[in-house]
Design a protein around this ligand. Structure first.
Ligand code: ADP
Ligand code: DP6
Length: 332
């Protein structure tokens, strides 16, 4: 048998990935830019074993049903095909992040799975190769290979679509993200289904795409110049535009809950009180607030009037994927 283990952290996009131009290869419509965080992560062990007669997937110790395992099996099939392996595998994963709640468990989950496969099979993949592989599991996972800021280059083919680290002179260490957990239940519309419906039916989608180049340029310049206001403003505007597209989809939908709107309003109020901070949201009702580390305590104190301490989780910039290759040896 061959076993390998990896840990990958979630990332939150400041400029969002929203829409695919190739659903099979997971090639995105647009580049995206993210910050990898240290608070939420996944640890995954993969065992390829000739005695297995099928793939199996355990999440937090619970065997997953066929539907949940399908994505994993498809990913393992790709690994088998790309690296000439014929063995079935058991995937044992632990999410230190709520699953499917818009907190990017798919990013850390699929990045960890790609890393664990590489470790188990001693593939010795470079970060770029790992990013490409993780992308095939879940698009946003390709950015979790890297710590700090990363940009996913959309590319035009399997080979040319991968994430890269953005050189930032460690500025991300001055930043924090505060997660406001208004709901950790499983969401109704997954990011995969939501973006597909939007691309296919939303009359606002063209507007979304036309704004991406300018947003990316602004974000990258803000990182280069360590300009928090510029980065925050473009982060918030980009998220609002992404969520706007869902309202014009058919059938229309939104990831926002009344509590999400309350948090957005409080963020605006905090800014008016002289506390710079900016929100972003993904495919779920929870809100993430970008803030400078020096202002994190004040922001938490401000929000503590409305939310319990369990609902406020802060994260710093996190590291890239960690492979634990010492477990990846042939044992029988
Ligand atoms: P989220 O906001 O949590 O990323 P998504 O709906 O985008 O929500 O993705 C959730 C899906 O990601 C799960 O249904 C599962 O298919 C996959 N996933 C989550 N955690 C893991 C994991 N540890 N290993 C493999 N796949 C995972
Ligand atoms: C809103 O990466 O979960 O979080 O590629 O279909 O697995 P699939 O989608 P996924 O989508 C993430 C969407 C997002 C924005 C982002 O992370 O860029």
């Amino acid at each position: 048998m061959y076993t390998g283990k990896a840990r990958a952290y979630t990332n939150i996009a400041l400029i969002k990935y929203w829409g695919k131009k190739d659903e099979h290869l997971i090639l995105p419509m647009n580049n995206s830019l993210s910050l990898t965080l240290d608070a939420f992560y996944t640890e995954t062990t993969v065992e390829f074993n000739k005695s297995f007669t099928e793939d199996s997937f355990f999440l937090d110790g619970i065997k997953q049903d066929q539907k949940q395992t399908a994505k994993i099996t498809a990913f393992l099939a790709l690994v088998r095909q790309q690296y000439q392996v014929s063995l079935f595998a058991k995937v044992d994963s632990r999410n230190f992040v709520p699953t499917a709640a818009g907190l990017a468990s798919s990013a850390s989950g699929l990045a960890a799975l790609a890393g664990a496969c590489s470790a188990a099979l001693n593939l010795g993949l470079t970060d770029k190769e790992l990013s490409r592989l993780a992308r095939r599991g879940s698009g946003s996972a390709c950015r979790s290979i890297f710590g700090g800021f990363a940009e996913w280059q959309k590319g035009a083919s399997d080979q040319t679509s991968f994430a890269e680290a953005i050189v930032s002179d460690n500025w991300e260490q001055d930043l924090a993200m505060l997660f406001v957990l208004v709901d950790d239940g499983i969401k109704d519309v997954s990011s995969r289904d939501g973006m597909k419906r939007t691309v296919e039916t939303s009359s606002f989608y063209a507007g979304w795409l036309s704004s991406i180049d300018a947003d990316l340029k602004t974000a990258k310049q803000a990182i280069a110049e360590k300009d928090f206001t510029a980065l925050g403003e473009v982060t918030e505007a980009n998220a609002l535009r992404m969520h706007g597209t869902t309202l014009a989809a058919n059938p229309p939908f939104t990831y926002w809950s009344p509590e999400s709107l309350t948090v957005m309003q409080l963020v605006r109020q905090a800014r008016q009180n002289g506390l710079p901070c900016y929100f972003t949201m993904d495919a779920g009702p929870n809100v993430k607030i970008l803030v400078e580390k020096k202002n994190l305590a004040a922001l938490k104190q401000f929000l503590a009037h409305h939310f319990s301490s369990e609902q406020l989780i802060s994260a710093n910039a996190g590291p890239g994927i960690t492979l634990l290759p010492e477990e990846g040896s042939e044992k029988s």
